[in-house]
Design a protein around this ligand. Structure first.
Ligand code: GTP
Ligand code: MG
Length: 668
């Protein structure tokens, strides 16, 4: 049996969850499709999802058809939950990108299409909601070709669009117009096909085109388009046929060493961790000890395999499968199981959160419970990125937006019984290094109280490169554990630069390293006062690094979003000054019929204000799309973030002393 892991992706509200439900129904897994509006679908199972009618977490369900098990992964469309989509991208064999026949291509459609393209994930388009008033599938097809990719081809057409009777009519094999369009599209990527067509067009039969279409869809070169309705079921059976015929299912080697990726972690009723993983190679069995993450091993105590509906308990699961694993206590989202998969791990595809807020318990006594609850939430969603300040007893979380904040608030109250309030949401800036700075502290020389020598040089790195750590000394000149301690501490320390923001896009080189080898007294007891330990390097590295960083200097950059604002033409004059007041800079504006499309940049921290003012400013007719684009230097005084300090006090005092000595002024 082959397996196809299929992501259902779309802009919010395009109908992913409804379509997932219809697919299950059409494949015979459920007798009646559930409804998002009634709150009884298979994939929106959280109480909050049902109340709000939106998907918050990705969920897996499966059906079997024509010798293939299809695992459907229904994802959230709201941009605040983009991290959920990111985590599943690495486990997909293919995707259906859903587009509403009424709203057409939307902001998130574009973001997702670009990402699927970049990752080379075979993708079909499904134009949904053809039954709704205002549906215009032909216009949407033109938008797909014009705005997303020219390599699309409709496999049929819609009859009676915009009415409940709307139907999907597949083009019959050999339909002359369809045949010609397929030849055009497919021969553009296939020289042999082009040559055959030029030599004798009769040799290019519908069968041959079908084979070429399957091959090119599987390589993500072309994207077949289907249309229908998740509510009436129109076109859904054809979508199942297309998915199983055109997207590449995987088999894989069941006897190879185990290799898998964890893309989701949730907690069971007793608080136990349940990991969702895709197996790429090998077989996982109950009672296996599995190595995951940073080398930790845990035993699988129970296992569920997706096969015709929800996960059912099993003893083993082979390549291609998605499994639910119990027993992996230390597991985290993104962990590799066994050996790393050949396919590169899902790297950061979307922009990280650009907002942050401090969470306060309503009842001060709840503080420990709040901390425990947020730690669990951050396990399921690592981008929540807890920052904790022990001294001030504060916890901050990273956020994509206001809806995510409301969801965190409701989850804490409903699931953990901890009502909370939030301080004002602030923008998360970054620091970029502006020059080159170096520093060194020698072992046994004042004022270095630690038993180690560390020298570091800090310099700017390429945009988007993060933090790169290089060895400027011989690899064998220090014990590996010390080098590891230095590198880890460098990365941790750069979480807070000179102004308190994370330092990005820099290269840190270890220029000096030294230690005292393990010394023992004559009676064989380890003498700490004479022997270097990893702890010495963990304590010393931040001091040297901050000194080098102070010498190099940093500049604070703020996140900027790119926006597209569509508004009635007669309102442009009134809206432009408001944009300016919010710090938005329009770059272009284009008249399109009776509306204007204004495009430009706006600081991330102002997007929410703009969204809130828009309906009033545009009689409810304006639509705004905004997504993170880049960081730009802050104009005017650099905002700084209060230092969050869970270091031992002496380290901090020492840091202040060193920084004072280097700069001649008090450290911040
Ligand atoms: N008329 C009609 N309504 C639809 C169709 N598909 C979905 N809807 C409605 O559109 C709304 C959103 O549907 P969902 O299935 O929740 O959309 P989604 O893409 O899963 O939304 P998120 O997960 O929150 O991004 C619901 O009210 C559905 O009933 C369709 O084909 N026709
Ligand atoms: Mg949904």
């Amino acid at each position: 049996m082959k397996t196809l892991n299929l992501g259902i992706l779309a802009h919010v509200d395009a109908g992913k969850t409804s379509l997932t439900e219809r697919l299950l129904h059409s494949a015979g897994v459920i007798d009646e499709p559930g409804s998002v509006d009634a709150g009884n679908t298979r994939t929106d199972t959280l109480a909050l999802e049902r109340q709000r009618g939106i998907t918050i977490r990705s969920a897996v369900v499966s059906f079997a058809v024509a010798g293939t098990t299809v695992n459907l992964i229904d994802t959230p469309g709201h941009p605040d939950f983009i991290a959920e989509v990111e985590r599943v991208l690495g486990v997909l064999d293919g995707a259906v990108l859903v587009v509403s026949a009424v709203e057409g291509v939307q902001a998130q459609t574009r973001v997702l299409a670009r990402t699927l393209h970049r990752l080379g994930i075979p993708t079909l388009f499904f134009v949904n909601k053809v039954d709704r008033a205002g549906a215009d599938p032909d216009r949407v097809l033109r938008q797909l070709a014009g705005r997303l990719t020219p390599d699309v081809v409709a496999l049929g057409r819609v009859d009676a669009a915009g009415t409940p009777a709307a139907r999907w009519l597949p083009h019959p094999a050999g339909d002359p117009g369809h045949h010609a369009r397929l030849v055009d599209l497919l021969s553009a990527h296939d020289d042999a096909l082009l040559a055959a067509y030029v030599a004798d067009e009769r040799t290019v039969t519908p069968d041959r085109l079908r084979t070429a279409l399957t091959a090119q869809t599987g390589r993500a070169r072309v994207h077949p388009v289907l249309a229908g309705s998740a509510i009436t079921g129109a076109g859904v059976a054809d979508l199942i046929d297309a998915v199983t015929a055109l997207l590449p299912a995987t088999a894989g080697d069941a006897d190879a060493p185990l290799s898998g990726t964890v893309f989701k972690v949730e907690r069971g009723p007793a608080g136990e961790k349940i990991a969702y993983a895709r197996i790429f190679a090998g077989t996982v069995r109950v009672r296996d000890r599995i190595r995951h993450g940073g080398g930790q091993e845990d035993r699988v105590t129970a296992l569920g395999v997706f096969d015709g509906g929800d996960a059912t308990p099993g003893d083993a699961a082979g390549p291609g499968r998605i499994v639910r694993l119990h027993g992996l206590a230390g597991v985290r989202v993104g962990d590799v199981l066994g050996v790393p998969p050949e396919r590169p791990a899902a790297r950061r595809q979307f922009a990280p959160p650009t907002l942050e807020t401090v969470v306060e318990p309503v009842r001060p006594a709840d503080r420990p419970a709040l901390h425990a609850a947020l730690t669990q939430l951050a396990e399921q969603d690592p981008l929540i990125n807890l920052r904790q300040d022990d001294r001030r007893q504060e916890i901050a979380v990273s956020l994509y937006g206001e809806v995510q904040k409301e969801v965190i608030e409701a989850t804490l109250a409903d699931d953990y019984g901890v009502p909370v309030t939030f301080r004002e949401t602030t923008t998360v800036c970054v620091e970029r290094v502006v020059g080159v700075g170096a520093a060194v502290e020698w072992i046994g020389r004042d004022p270095n109280p630690f038993l180690g020598t560390v020298g570091l040089r800090v310099e700017p790195g390429p945009l988007g490169s993060g933090v790169e750590f290089r060895l400027g000394i011989e690899l064998g000149s220090m014990p590996l554990a010390f080098l590891k301690a230095i590198e880890e501490t460098v990365r941790e320390t750069l979480g807070q630069g000179l102004h308190g923001w994370a330092v990005v896009d820099c290269v840190v080189t270890l220029t000096h390293g030294g230690y005292w080898a393990r010394q023992s007294h004559s009676h064989g007891v380890f003498d700490k006062s004479m022997s270097s330990t990893a702890g010495d390097f963990r304590n010393l590295t931040p001091l040297v690094l901050m000194t080098a960083l102070t010498r190099a200097g940093t500049r604070v950059h703020e996140p900027v979003h790119r926006f597209r604002l569509d508004l009635p033409a007669d309102l442009v004059g009134a809206v432009l000054p408001v944009l300016a007041g919010l710090g938005a800079a329009p770059r272009t504006s284009t008249l399109r019929g009776t509306s204007y499309l204004v495009e430009g940049e706006v600081p991330a921290g102002r997007v929410h204000a703009l969204e809130q003012r828009l309906p009033g400013l545009t009689r409810g007719e304006g639509t705004l799309e905004a997504e993170f684009d880049h960081h730009r230097p802050v104009r005017g005084p650099a905002p700084s973030r209060p230092r969050w300090d869970h270091d031992p006090l002496h380290r901090k005092e020492y840091l202040l002393a060193v920084t004072r000595r280097v700069t001649g002024r008090p450290a911040r």
